[in-house]
Design a binder for this molecule. Structure first.
Ligand code: BGC
Length: 426
């Protein structure tokens, strides 16, 4: 017996972020890259020497150029070519970003060229039958906003509101899905608690304050966007951890896991419960921890970044999230760093099965956006990790579709076909 699972309007696509692909961005991250490139290169072996693939990446990871986003992959100018790839891969959705620092390079001054760019960009996507899922803030902020203290000052939220208001006026009628914030937990963790990302603060109390400010920023953005267009689907992209007890029979171990999940996954979502039309789920890895909170992951398989891979566990995470909130879910990021494309097809096979099982379990799942369309700038790691379904040669900017992208496209084609049913793997 065959049974239809994916709704016809299911969003099938890929995900990107402005700073990681556009090229030519000028924001607090691009400034920080220039200041930190040499020291990141110098300390690479100490930080990354343990990776199984260290020998392969050593030269690049020890080169300061690796840490400069620079020309990106020229997505800002080559977007039409990238959209044509989406069409070739049968996609009907694309998560992309608006770069705040482009739109408002100086406080209150709006850049007409940037406005025209994003207008054309969304228009072309829509013409091609591809739904834009647009992120307003993916960790980068204009330098002037950073200089005023960024999200570490509650009074600065008025600037974020003004930006959101402008986006709502300019593009609110053109869009149907908006992600206000990307992974507030990862950002506050690395930028304000561990001090690894700009502005390199190591202050847990300040981190908590920034976290609460981001929750408030989302609530205000939600109101503004819905006022401009009540039809918009507004949510955040949450980095949700699938943490498991390595000894599930041990109550202390289970308690530790519950505490981690509450602090990392649910605290923020609880604060914005009433201001979400969907929850964006970003899932990359499963982590097993012992009763002291120490990581006890299996040794293999791991991605190029050394992250333990258990893609089938997305099913458990989706079910758990759905049962907690009963708000529609969209997988807004999911993928792996795999420059040889050795594991990605397996990952996609496992993931498609996980999505289907979650749907059959009753989860209201609206979309799947693989991270990423293109090899891109992986923040403090720089350029060596390659998450792209499509490889980009950064010298020529030539795009090459990887075999795993074709495997994903075959699923999408079959699932989007009229009267699609469950069958064998394409
Ligand atoms: C971020 C992306 C990043 C990806 C892979 C997510 O946490 O939103 O920007 O590239 O993880 O590390």
């Amino acid at each position: 017996m065959s049974k239809r699972t994916f709704p016809t309007n299911f969003l099938w696509g890929t995900s990107t972020a402005s700073h990681q692909v556009e090229g030519g961005t000028h924001n607090q991250w691009s400034e920080w890259e220039k200041a930190q490139a040499r020291s990141l290169a110098r300390t690479a072996q100490r930080r990354l020497g343990w990776l199984p693939g260290w020998k392969r990446i050593a030269a690049q990871a020890q080169n300061p150029d690796n840490y400069i986003s620079g020309t990106g992959v020229r997505h800002y100018s080559q977007y039409a070519e990238d959209f044509a790839i989406l069409t070739k891969l049968h996609m009907n959705a694309f998560r992309c970003g608006i770069e705040w620092s482009r739109l408002e390079p100086q406080p209150g001054e709006w850049d007409e060229a940037a406005i025209a760019h994003y207008r054309d960009y969304f228009q072309l996507l829509t013409q091609k039958g591809i739904t834009p899922v647009v992120t307003l803030w993916h960790w980068t902020i204009p330098v002037w906003f950073a200089d005023r203290g960024g999200f570490a000052k509650r009074r600065n939220l008025i600037y974020f509101e003004r930006y959101v208001q402008k986006v709502a006026e300019l593009f609110g009628g053109q869009l149907s899905y908006v992600v206000t914030l990307n992974e507030p937990n990862v950002y506050t963790g690395f930028s304000y608690a561990t001090g690894e990302w700009p502005p390199q603060q190591k202050n847990p109390l300040l981190a908590l304050y920034v976290y609460t400010n981001l929750a408030e920023a989302h609530r205000r953005a939600y109101r503004i966007l819905k006022q401009a267009n009540p039809q918009l689907h507004v949510g955040i992209a949450a980095q949700l951890s699938d943490t498991q007890a390595v000894a599930p029979h041990n109550p202390l171990n289970r308690l530790g896991v519950a505490a981690k999940l509450y602090a990392w996954n649910w605290w923020f979502l609880n604060r914005i419960k009433r201001q979400q039309d969907f929850i964006g789920v970003n899932y990359y890895f499963t982590e097993y921890q012992d009763w002291l909170g120490r990581l006890k992951n299996p040794v293999t398989p791991v991605s190029d970044l050394g992250w333990y891979m258990e893609p089938s566990s997305l099913e458990r995470l989706l079910i758990h999230t759905w049962e907690r909130y009963h708000i529609p879910l969209v997988v807004t990021e999911n993928g792996l760093a795999d420059s040889a494309d050795a594991h990605r097809t397996w990952w996609i096979d496992q993931t498609m099965a996980a999505l289907e099982s979650a749907l059959q379990h009753g989860v209201d799942l609206r979309g799947y956006l693989h991270w990423s369309l293109l090899d891109n700038f992986e923040w403090a790691y720089g350029w060596w990790p390659q998450f792209g379904l499509v490889h980009v040669d950064r010298t020529t900017m030539k795009r090459t579709i990887r075999p795993s992208a074709r495997a994903y496209a075959a699923y999408v084609k079959r699932y989007r076909a009229p009267n699609a049913d469950r069958g064998t793997t394409p």
